[in-house]
Design a protein around this ligand. Structure first.
Ligand SMILES: Nc1nc2c(ncn2[C@@H]2O[C@H](COP(=O)(O)OP(=O)(O)OP(=O)(O)O)[C@@H](O)[C@H]2O)c(=O)[nH]1
Ligand SMILES: [Zn+2]
Length: 331
């Protein structure tokens, strides 16, 4: 055992979880060294019934474990999880009300959008943005494949970008293929933990490949491993990029998960509705049929986009349907 290891046994170390395979966690310590860590004892995080107590992105304290085997010297035991700034979850496959935490402490998520190849509808964008707001994760819209659009399509992109910028979301037109504006994306990623999301075929892999060509090898290896391994395991993994940026890759996870919320809460996740809601006559206004609703007034004068309001109604109706269905099945 090296002197360093002996010191480490007594000193608590702090690191970030890069990968988890169920019982082992790969933790990168502040000294840049990676340790394989376990958990001892029970971890309970208030308010979360989760199948996994520690997830990728977590900041943890751990101690090195004393082992006799020279090869095993880089193992540790996690004893503390630092407070999370946010986390994304997936409902467990079984019907217990448990959730699986996919990743934690995400600084931003980039949603890749394409007009027609594949089509990305505003309802999808809006549902995504609502989820990001509810999770407390900054969302950025990347309109990809701008090298393929004709003038008319470019106008549509401009219209969409203006719509979402007005609400406060950053929007960038890019081409993952030609590299156009990818430098802007890289600049936004600097010093942060990012995720990429979007429909299949929008260009997520192409973009990551353009950002960091060497990384592809690793991500492919992981998804192959994923396909061969137990299909119930959710793999997420964090990667360090060459320019002080981190990404969390979540192969096999489609979409961004769902967040349960009350009907009354939904408007709070549409920032432009939230801003106006104090002007509605009723403080519990759902902005549907109520009189003197500031949101509907804003809609009438074109201050709020109809596409946004339509998405809002759709989500509310969906929630009601979901609610009725649950009531029904529970009887
Ligand atoms: N012309 C053009 N094609 C692109 C661009 N970005 C991606 N593509 C193409 O779109 C197709 C899908 O890209 P992928 O990177 O595999 O998409 P993905 O989002 O990773 O898809 P999944 O892995 O299914 O989720 C590929 O044929 C890419 O070459 C772009 O900016 N311009
Ligand atoms: Zn209202």
């Amino acid at each position: 055992m090296r002197i360093w290891d002996i010191i480490c046994i007594f000193v608590a170390m702090t690191g970030i979880v890069y990968k988890s395979t169920g019982s082992w966690y790969t933790v990168k310590a502040e000294n840049g060294i990676t340790y394989e860590c376990r958990i001892k004892g029970k971890f309970r995080i208030e308010g979360i019934k989760s199948t996994n107590p520690v997830s990728v992105g977590d900041k943890v304290d751990f101690k090195l474990e004393k082992t006799n085997d020279e090869n095993d010297s880089e193992r540790g035991v996690i004893n503390t999880i630092h407070d999370r700034k946010n986390y994304i979850i997936r409902k467990s496959v079984n019907l217990s009300k448990q959730t699986h935490i996919i990743a934690a402490n995400i600084d931003q998520v980039f949603l890749l959008v394409t007009l027609n190849n594949p089509p990305t509808f505003t309802t999808f964008i809006d549902r995504f943005l609502v989820t990001a707001e509810a999770y407390g994760i900054k969302a950025v819209l990347l309109f990809n494949k701008i090298d393929t659009y004709n003038e008319e399509e470019l106008l549509e992109i401009k219209y969409l970008a203006a719509l979402y910028r007005k609400i406060g979301y950053e929007c960038v037109g890019i081409s993952a293929k030609t590299g156009k504006n990818v430098d802007k994306v890289k600049a936004m990623m600097q010093g942060k933990v990012s995720m990429f999301s979007g429909h299949s075929g929008v260009g997520k892999s192409t973009l990551v490949n353009t950002i960091e060509p060497d990384l592809m090898l690793k991500t492919t290896a992981i998804s192959e491993q994923h396909q061969q391994g137990q299909h119930t395991t959710t793999f997420a993994e964090m990667f360090d990029l060459s320019f002080d940026a981190k990404i969390i890759d979540t192969p096999g996870i489609k979409g961004f998960g769902v967040v349960d919320m009350e009907k009354e809460e939904l408007g709070d996740y549409f920032p432009e509705f939230f801003q106006l809601k104090s002007k509605c006559k009723f403080n519990n206004c759902l902005h549907i049929n109520e009189p003197k609703c500031a949101i509907k007034d804003a809609l009438d004068v074109g201050e709020i986009a109809w596409s946004r309001y339509k998405s809002y109604l759709q989500i509310i109706e969906g929630e009601e349907e979901h609610y009725r269905k649950n009531n029904y099945t529970e009887e």
